[in-house]
Design a protein around this ligand. Sequence first.
Ligand SMILES: NC(=O)c1ccc[n+]([C@@H]2O[C@H](COP(=O)([O-])OP(=O)(O)OC[C@H]3O[C@@H](n4cnc5c(N)ncnc54)[C@H](OP(=O)(O)O)[C@@H]3O)[C@@H](O)[C@H]2O)c1
Length: 331
Amino acid sequence: MTLPPPHVMQAMEISAPGGPEVLKPVQVTVPVPGHGQILIRVAYAGVNRPDALQRAGLYAPPPTASPLPGLEAAGHVAAVGPGVTRWQVGDAVCALLPGGGYAEYAICPEDHALPVPEGMALREAACLPETCFTVWSNVVLRGGLKAGERFLVHGGSSGIGTTAIQLARALGARVFATAGSDDKCKACLDLGAERAINYRSEDFVALMKAEGGANLILDMVGGSYLPRNVKALADDGRLVQIAFLQGPKVELNFAEVMTRRLTITGSTLRPQSDLAKARYARDLAEQVWPLIAKGALRPVMDSEFPLTEAPAAHARMESSGHIGKIVLKVA
Ligand SMILES: NC(=O)c1ccc[n+]([C@@H]2O[C@H](COP(=O)([O-])OP(=O)(O)OC[C@H]3O[C@@H](n4cnc5c(N)ncnc54)[C@H](OP(=O)(O)O)[C@@H]3O)[C@@H](O)[C@H]2O)c1
């Protein structure tokens, strides 16, 4: 028998903008699902770089979202709001959250949740939503990646990178990845990259040019990478920017963008409409979940921390020593 949710729950809050230590345990009211929303009893919550940006005061949650961090989770449906048709109490789901994943219960629109893939543990399923939504919308929809194209992803060993390598490979692209150590490069090769580039000892621009240039680059670094990405693109190539770890401001000669017909674009997932996210979820169910079912894509797991050790999880992520995803065990 499934018990009704309690009134209060344990969560980790951002007590003040700052380093990992500002994440503190707190008791808060369990959210009540509104029209079209589900309440999830969180088993595991994924940790993402944007959580660290939010914690540092650099990435404010949308006004309607929970102020608690946490953009993805897996668990069981604990309650449904009015008008919910897709899910029932007890269903195992993983979901993209507007926030609030670092807690025992979290709410989201019912069509931002996906079934836990057959045979996959909740621990792994918690790591799917944020990277799958981001990679699908930026690499496939915005970037228009096609089979046979040369695809370069920076930060290949990150949560985003490990998903991008596998998805691009499954779509028939030739995959190139950069990473900051030989161990990380090996992980990229193991996931299906044809060439992994240790950016500390190799020049990705020269290597990509020797291949004829990248048709599509997915970049989270920015800064000095912007002009170098332009050089590394093939004619008619596309650059999709999803973050600026080295900063967003740089001097760039746009003449090359014009004469070689390049496209520079980008997006962030969190501020997009519920409808846009629901469309991505539908695409993922139709096109990516079957790839997971046949073993072509799996989350790469780095480490697990109890919810109350979220500060240690953030410290690990910000040390950049990890390969793949970090999760918080909640229940
Ligand atoms: N636009 C969106 O909607 C969206 C959604 C989710 C995530 N993101 C962004 O995507 C990126 C990856 O997210 P994630 O959660 O997968 O993070 P993650 O696992 O922590 O990956 C970040 C990786 O970037 C590399 N890196 C860190 N600082 C760097 C620097 N200054 N210069 C070069 N490389 C650096 C590190 O690998 P190396 O050791 O190889 O340098 C690190 O593993 C983050 O920047 C995040 O903010 C964007």
